[in-house]
Write a protein that binds this ligand. Sequence first.
Ligand SMILES: *[C@@H]1O[C@H](CO)[C@@H](O)[C@H](O)[C@H]1NC(C)=O
Ligand SMILES: *[C@@H]1O[C@H](CO)[C@@H](O)[C@H](O)[C@H]1NC(C)=O
Ligand SMILES: *[C@@H]1O[C@H](CO)[C@@H](O)[C@H](O)[C@H]1NC(C)=O
Ligand SMILES: *[C@@H]1O[C@H](CO)[C@@H](O)[C@H](O)[C@H]1NC(C)=O
Ligand SMILES: *[C@@H]1O[C@H](CO)[C@@H](O)[C@H](O)[C@H]1NC(C)=O
Ligand SMILES: *[C@@H]1O[C@H](CO)[C@@H](O)[C@H](O)[C@H]1NC(C)=O
Ligand SMILES: *[C@@H]1O[C@H](CO)[C@@H](O)[C@H](O)[C@H]1NC(C)=O
Ligand SMILES: *[C@@H]1O[C@H](CO)[C@@H](O)[C@H](O)[C@H]1NC(C)=O
Length: 501
Amino acid sequence: MKYVCVVVLLVTLQLAFADENENERSCRSWLVQSIPTDMPHLHRVPGVLSSGDVLRWIAGNSSTKLDIIAQYWELLAQPHNPKSGDYGYSAPDLERFGAPLGNALFKSLNNAADRNVSTRIVQHSGVSPDYDEESARLAAGRHNVKNTTLLLGEWWGSGIVHAKVWISDEKDIYIGSANNDWKSLTQVKELGIYIVNCSTIAEKVGIYFDNLWALTSLNSSLYTKTVWDNEWQVRRKVPCWSHFIHYRQRCKSPLPSRVETPGVLGYPPLEYPHMLHVHLDTPGRKNRTRDYSSYLSFSPPELSFYRYQTDEQGWIDTIKSAHFKGTVRISTMDWLGQSQYMKQTVYWPTLSSAISEVVLSKHATVKILVAYWAHFINNTEQYLQSLLYTNVICSSSSDNRCSGKVDIKYYKVPGFNATGPASVKGNVYPGYTRVNHGKYAMSDVRAHIGTSNLVWDYFYTTAGISFGSYDPSIVAQLTHIFDADWDSPYAIPLQPPLNTI
Ligand SMILES: *[C@@H]1O[C@H](CO)[C@@H](O)[C@H](O)[C@H]1NC(C)=O
Ligand SMILES: *[C@@H]1O[C@H](CO)[C@@H](O)[C@H](O)[C@H]1NC(C)=O
Ligand SMILES: *[C@@H]1O[C@H](CO)[C@@H](O)[C@H](O)[C@H]1NC(C)=O
Ligand SMILES: *[C@@H]1O[C@H](CO)[C@@H](O)[C@H](O)[C@H]1NC(C)=O
Ligand SMILES: *[C@@H]1O[C@H](CO)[C@@H](O)[C@H](O)[C@H]1NC(C)=O
Ligand SMILES: *[C@@H]1O[C@H](CO)[C@@H](O)[C@H](O)[C@H]1NC(C)=O
Ligand SMILES: *[C@@H]1O[C@H](CO)[C@@H](O)[C@H](O)[C@H]1NC(C)=O
Ligand SMILES: *[C@@H]1O[C@H](CO)[C@@H](O)[C@H](O)[C@H]1NC(C)=O
């Protein structure tokens, strides 16, 4: 009972601290999914929209301004390009895979550009299969389309633009896992949110867009420093305004400023991160009955602003929002308790710790769904096993009276082990497909929808963004989406090593 009171109090506090000026009567939101073809045993959750429709509608409705953050572009299939996952597939194959949806989306963007919509694109560019030709095609010969490439490696030593965000007319938004790739519409399992007629949220996401845009016009060598990062115990490059640099040696940030915590290095969690007090209707599930707090979180921390929390805090606070004996659900493509792309390896127990904490102190059940696919990271298994060991610790002393647990499953989209160029025998689907790519989590009271994999780099060197909410209809519908996956035959329990049973 005590625990319930604390949670209620926290939610009330968050409401109290929400900005009173942000009164908007008309925001609406829908959860958005892509479900790969050939998944007959997956239960469909009613009221959820499809990524292909939503992105087409955003472009179709855009009348003045369209801002897009993209990792890469491949809306148009490239069966003749050996670097493409589509290589070697026939026109009928591509039709069956749903490639025409990508064509339709590209056409909608082209039409928006023809309507003189001011379009700005920030993208990463790099090794295949990353492409920037399609955005260049949209920009070619048009004054109203601006395309820029931002290499975060020049700012953080490694990392990429990985957020997937569309903002139209400063009011309609998509945030989620879907890339601007036809495969993200019909061959990769995606999860995102579509927020309509909501200038309050669009404005804040727009500030993040502008931050990325601002970096493209700055000379990174004048604005970066290589320093010893005491928190993560590595030497690394960061922007000169980074809080990982000693206070006196920091430069003045060219971006909107963020909360300073005097005498503290790094980006500690904010006690009262900014909450958005918007009226959010959720017609796909249930119409609004009252208002609930929502929030945005951003990475890397140097790109955050005002009292907005880091993306890492967004995930941690979602885990820690679990009720006593409640349930936390986490779905991710990648999971790793360390860095993936750094020269020096960073050890990153942050998420695992938060999970073990709520299992022991609140007796919470934590369900984690991790994608198993052609590009599965080898040492994921070791980190998941170490997390499962929480169950052994939980029951290690009767004094713990621990009834919480960690439950982990691998998600295998059928055909995951038969992807790649058609020329290789046995391949049935294009490369980089047949994977659960969504990144989201929820407790009993809070839903979190992100763009980042659960690996250190995504939170400290890579551009990512999340939207979260305490709205019970969003929490409930996201829970249904998770449970549909969790209870499907595509989710296979991770077995603990024999000697720990
Ligand atoms: C959109 O929001 C504005 C207020 O911000 C409101 O006046 C208008 O009716 C809304 N439109 C729709 C279609 O909900
Ligand atoms: C505009 O968006 C709405 C849903 O928000 C959709 O029903 C409609 O088809 C879209 N219009 C265009 C031209 O895409
Ligand atoms: C296109 O939009 C810009 C401003 O957004 C405006 O200055 C320009 O006149 C428009 N061009 C046409 C052909 O409508
Ligand atoms: C942007 O588009 C133009 C026109 O097609 C192209 O020349 C240029 O290379 C593109 N820039 C980037 C960064 O992709
Ligand atoms: C960026 O600054 C460095 C160091 O001053 C200089 O060498 C380089 O030419 C500048 N690059 C550009 C594109 O201005
Ligand atoms: C929400 O309200 C709208 C308009 O008032 C209505 O058309 C819609 O059916 C309602 N949705 C649900 C799920 O009750
Ligand atoms: C991962 O495992 C596969 C198969 O055992 C191996 O071929 C590959 O080199 C490994 N990758 C790394 C980065 O260790
Ligand atoms: C692919 O995985 C499925 C299910 O795990 C298995 O039944 C099948 O034999 C595998 N196919 C190949 C080619 O490895």
